[in-house]
Design a protein around this ligand. Structure first.
Ligand SMILES: Nc1ncnc2c1ncn2[C@@H]1O[C@H](COP(=O)(O)OP(=O)(O)OP(=O)(O)O)[C@@H](O)[C@H]1O
Length: 206
């Protein structure tokens, strides 16, 4: 059971405040939509939450079964799919999945073969990622994030580069595999977060 608490969290780049005094509790199993116009700070907030970049003030705490997790260990409990996160292009698909699951265990009961089927890329398993289309890469990123056995899944613009079939696939995937995990989705597209249980708009924290 992972609980995330944000206490008066603010972030600025040089003299530009991106968001200010954001306080929020995200309970285990919540599906939170983080909305806001272009440039409002959605990706910045996700990066702060994952520990990729520091916050300017306030506190973000992760508590697992009531015990606070050290900042340096937070990455172990989360997975991310985002447009700015690249996957190593020199690997084949099978090699990459195998590599990824050496660091993050797959969801219980899911094998590499299952994942290849679910992301409908089985016939491309021996192809180098460099030769993937943008939609194929996106299905791969979503698959790796959702099928990692972590209590927190962070998704930034999850349907970017997906066609209509891909959007439907994404919605079905969340329905089937969210399980009891916490999900945070940064988005401007309601189709990406229609399942959400809570929603914040970053315009409210300027
Ligand atoms: N490393 C950085 N240095 C300086 N400014 C930055 C940096 N990263 C982001 N910003 C600024 O922070 C603001 C928020 O950007 P961010 O990418 O978080 O917005 P967003 O809501 O995710 O936008 P979009 O919907 O277009 O993806 C922008 O003004 C952006 O220029």
């Amino acid at each position: 059971m992972l609980e995330i608490q944000l206490q008066e969290v603010s972030k600025r780049f040089q003299y530009e405040w991106i968001f200010k005094k954001l306080s929020l509790t995200i309970n285990s199993g919540d599906a939170l939509a983080i909305t806001g116009g272009n440039g409002s700070g959605k990706s910045t907030l996700l990066k702060c939450l994952s520990g990729v970049i520091p916050i300017s003030s306030g506190k973000i705490s992760f508590k697992l079964e009531g015990k606070e997790i050290d900042d340096g260990d937070k990455y172990k409990f989360l997975s991310i799919a985002a447009p700015y996160l690249e996957v190593p292009e020199e690997f084949t698909l099978s090699e990459l999945i195998c590599f990824h699951f050496q660091f993050k265990r797959p969801l219980e009961g899911i094998t590499t073969n299952d994942l290849l089927d679910i992301i409908y890329l089985k016939e491309h398993q021996s192809k180098q990622i460099a030769q993937f289309s943008s939609g194929m890469k996106q299905r791969l990123k979503l698959g790796l994030a959702l099928f990692s056995d972590v209590p927190l899944v962070l998704l930034d613009e999850p349907t970017s580069n997906l066609d209509q079939k891909g959007v439907q696939w994404y919605q079905d995937l969340i329905g089937k595999y969210k399980r009891n995990r916490t999900l945070l989705v940064c988005s401007n597209d309601p189709r990406e977060y229609e399942f959400s249980t809570n929603k914040i708009a970053l315009e409210d924290y300027k």
